[in-house]
Design a protein around this ligand. Structure first.
Ligand code: GLU
Length: 472
């Protein structure tokens, strides 16, 4: 049987990085097995499920390079994804079928009555759960004018077993599980019912999700059994914690995938990082997506929660920046550069950025750092404190002398410039740094920059003369 998995986010306004990890593991498993990866948006909460918040999730997935196989609107009532809300009548239909086959029943207990029941249980020190008061009552006892909920007639004896691909075999005594609500009095389905019906209807073979859903699984298995449906295989993934060990959240600064994009991370680095955070293949740290697809299975998934480590992520990002071809990297850096410059960057400047990249790449971890390091090519920067210190009257004297020699140059390459500065330094009994550093400060406004003779050659003779003139 071919594998069918799904990513089933509830729109909350952003794609959480933990959700992206769940999506990644589903996607890898589908691609590894040649199966299907489906997108289901759990949009039953109408207030949160705005078109924008759904789109944010889809955009995050696209940015991360995870394509889904039900993108065709013809497959999903005109949407690019399966919408849980669209299936509400199907959920109701299943609840009615369960009532008809005797695995569910109408419960007319009012909220006040249920509150009183729980208070009593609490006072007696009993576990607080629905006591099944409408389980076996005949229909003619139903109070008039009260809209009932539909509850599962859960088995009261025996046990429910889940064989989880990550957590192993876990058993719960049925006596611990109460008759959960499947359909609310207003006819809307609960999460428990909707998830099971959708997973069944979509032909999901493997439910792969965060282990915060693990306790729901036992109840969901009971619904599958009540309908006589095949129970899928489950794999529950460990939580991702912040560096301090608490559940990863806004407090840690970057819960959304878009936060990472805006901070200059590459999707391939995020994918590699999220994979390694909860899955291992020997000691391999750097794992390309192709390798991940080849190697991924659930045996490598760890059971304990993983702690987010920005230093490791940055290290991976630096690695993928280093691997990226310069034209693609220039394109990826462009939005960050434009933001820094406060203006659009044209084709000639883009070409200059591309040429500057080989010297910048080895020194940075983030695209934002590339934009910062490259800014001087496009803007004359006010000398910072370090640069000001370098530009002493003596240093300026040397630069003035060098300006004349530069002006006389025909060829304007790295080697020619370095030769010129070396011979000037030798003639004057100076170290090369005593003249190269002032050149750096004058051209870049900084004490640190990419190798300065290459940078000067890229800026071109006219611009170098202009900038030297500007500081003298
Ligand atoms: N919609 C749920 C969530 O976003 C996931 C449900 C599931 O995977 O079964 O947490």
């Amino acid at each position: 049987m071919s594998v069918v998995v799904r990513f089933a986010p509830s729109p909350t306004g952003f794609l959480h990085i933990g959700g992206a990890r769940t999506a990644l593991f589903n996607w890898l498993y589908a691609r590894h097995t040649g199966g299907q990866f489906l997108m289901r948006v759990e949009d039953t909460d109408r207030q949160r499920s705005t078109p924008e918040s759904v789109q944010t999730i889809l955009d995050g997935m696209t940015w991360l390079g995870m394509d889904w196989d039900n993108n065709d609107p013809a497959l999903n009532h005109g949407k690019h994804y399966y919408s849980q809300f669209d299936m509400a009548s199907r959920h109701r239909e299943v609840a009615q079928k369960m009532v008809a086959n005797g695995t569910a029943y109408y419960c007319y207990a009012s909220p006040q009555e249920l509150d009183a029941m729980r208070c009593e249980q609490k006072e007696k020190g009993l576990p607080q759960k629905y006591d099944g008061r409408w389980r076996d009552r005949p229909a003619h006892e139903a109070p008039e004018g009260v809209k009932p909920v539909v509850r599962l007639k859960a088995p009261q004896t025996g046990e429910t077993v889940v064989e989880d691909k990550v957590l192993g075999r876990v058993t719960v005594q049925n006596a611990q599980l109460d008759d959960m609500i499947l359909l609310r009095a207003d006819g809307t389905p609960t999460y428990m019912l909707a998830v099971v019906v959708d997973d069944h209807d979509m032909g999901i073979t493997h439910v792969v999700r965060g282990d915060d859903h693990f306790t729901n699984t036992f109840r969901q298995v009971q619904i599958y059994k009540a309908m006589g449906w095949d129970v899928p295989t489950f794999a529950h993934l460990p939580m991702i914690l912040g560096p301090d060990g608490a559940k990863l959240s806004k407090r840690h600064g970057a819960p959304a995938v878009s936060d990472y994009r805006d901070r200059g991370y590459l999707p391939e680095a995020i994918r590699n990082y999220l994979l390694r955070l909860c899955w291992g293949h020997g000691d391999d740290e750097i794992i390309s997506t192709d390798q991940a697809i080849e190697w991924f299975d659930f045996d490598g998934v760890g059971r304990s929660p993983a702690r987010f480590d920005f230093a490791k992520l940055n290290h991976l990002n630096a690695h993928y920046i280093g691997l990226m071809e310069n034209d693609k990297l220039a394109l990826a850096t462009l939005p960050f550069l434009e933001k820094r410059l406060g203006r659009a960057v044209g084709a000639a400047e883009q070409a200059l950025l591309e040429k500057a990249l080989p010297d910048i790449k080895p020194r940075v971890q983030l695209l934002t750092e590339i934009a910062e390091a490259a800014q001087f090519y496009f803007d004359v920067l006010e000398p910072d404190e370090k640069a000001q210190k370098i530009l002493t009257p003596e240093a300026k004297g040397h630069l003035a002398a060098l300006l004349k020699r530069i002006d006389a140059l025909d060829a304007f390459t790295h080697d020619v410039l370095e030769g010129l500065f070396r011979s000037y330094a030798e003639e004057n009994g100076l170290k090369l740094g005593s003249v190269a550093q002032p050149l750096r400060a004058a051209l870049t406004g900084r004490g640190v920059s990419p190798p300065i003779f290459t940078a000067a050659a890229l800026l071109g003779k006219g611009e170098v003369l202009r900038r030297l003139g500007g500081v003298l």
